[in-house]
Design a protein around this ligand. Structure first.
Ligand code: 13P
Ligand code: SF4
Length: 303
């Protein structure tokens, strides 16, 4: 049933011509009132064809920036100004630019979980689901992969003919899962399929029946009857449990909760729609164009 505040938000959406975009990690009450939901790539790609001029993104800043980079004519609002992904901001773009100067033969591959400034000094972006395909299709052999060393290791393992150098960044949430957690949970839940995000450590990923993006994990889970150990943000286990009440979806670790992705609530959404909280995403045009090149290259190589 729709709550009072959800009804008010729906009314405001119509009055102000606002579309709500919600990442799959958001709470069910936000996902219920969203016009577009999905992983970070789907949100930014599909936002381009939404008719609304104002887009309110429930997620973290790099996702709102990616939407703005691809839809500069739209007003993009992040309802909670300090909802950020720590991994996206782990590297100073100047360090990457300096590395490129010293290694002109090396191409820079940036995970989409990066700031616009980092994308702007990169040659191509990747998502967790497209990283292996894109890197394997690149002409260059020498690759600097930023910022996630775990996803970088996953790509290295799957692209043995490339020389992949990783930065020492990581997702502080996924990186906390240990191999010990996996072994304990597999023993406690025999027969469960293990699905993990490649932001987890290689020693965790190696035990997985499937490793892939949020969208990939959801799709795998929806296309099997098995019970599942969910190796990504707990919200994904909760979403699947609501969809399939007769099956079991157990988070791989209690630590799989991202405070930044959980910070936004319906009151923030309502207030941001009235201009009372949140912030509008602004990107300097030259930086946007350079970042867009890296995203366009991702789309070209990912097809
Ligand atoms: P996706 O790109 O799969 O949406 O992941 C975003 C994220 O922050 C994973 O931790
Ligand atoms: Fe960033 Fe990790 Fe949170 Fe995703 S789960 S937003 S990668 S900190």
């Amino acid at each position: 049933m729709i709550s009072d505040i959800q009804a008010k938000i729906m009314q405001l959406k119509k009055e102000k011509d606002i579309a709500i975009l919600a990442h799959s990690y958001q709470s069910p009450d936000i996902l219920e009132i969203a016009d577009l939901k999905g992983d970070s790539f789907k949100l930014s790609a599909d936002a381009q064809s939404l008719p609304q001029k104002i887009l309110l993104l429930c997620g973290v800043r790099f996702m709102a920036e990616t939407v703005k980079t691809l839809s500069p004519e739209k007003t993009v609002i992040l309802p909670v100004e300090n909802a950020t992904c720590p991994m996206a901001e782990m590297i100073d773009p100047k360090e990457v630019a300096a590395y490129k100067r010293d290694h002109p033969e090396c191409k820079v591959v940036a995970y989409v979980n990066t700031t616009t400034e980092l994308k702007a000094v990169s040659d191509v972006c990747v998502t967790s689901s497209s990283a292996v395909q894109i890197v394997s299709r690149m002409e260059a052999r020498d690759i600097l992969f930023i910022p996630d060393q775990n996803l970088g290791s996953f790509v290295r393992k799957n692209c043995p003919d490339k020389n992949i150098i990783t930065w020492n960044g990581c997702c502080p949430v996924h990186d906390k899962v240990t191999e010990k957690d996996v072994l304990e949970m597999k023993k406690r839940y025999p027969g469960y399929k293990l699905l993990v995000h490649p932001e987890c450590k290689p020693e965790v990923v190696k035990h997985a029946d499937y490793a892939g993006s949020t969208a990939g994990i959801l799709s795998y889970a929806r296309n099997t009857d098995a019970n599942i150990l969910v190796g990504t943000e707990k919200a994904i286990a909760d979403t699947l449990a609501l969809e399939f009440p007769q099956r079991q979806f157990v988070p791989l670790s209690k630590r799989l909760m991202c405070q930044d992705m959980r910070i936004t609530n319906l009151v923030d959404v309502y207030r941001a729609m009235q201009g009372l909280s949140g912030c509008e995403i602004q990107i300097e045009e030259q930086t946007r164009l350079k970042a867009k090149n890296a995203i366009d290259e991702m789309i070209r190589l990912g097809q």
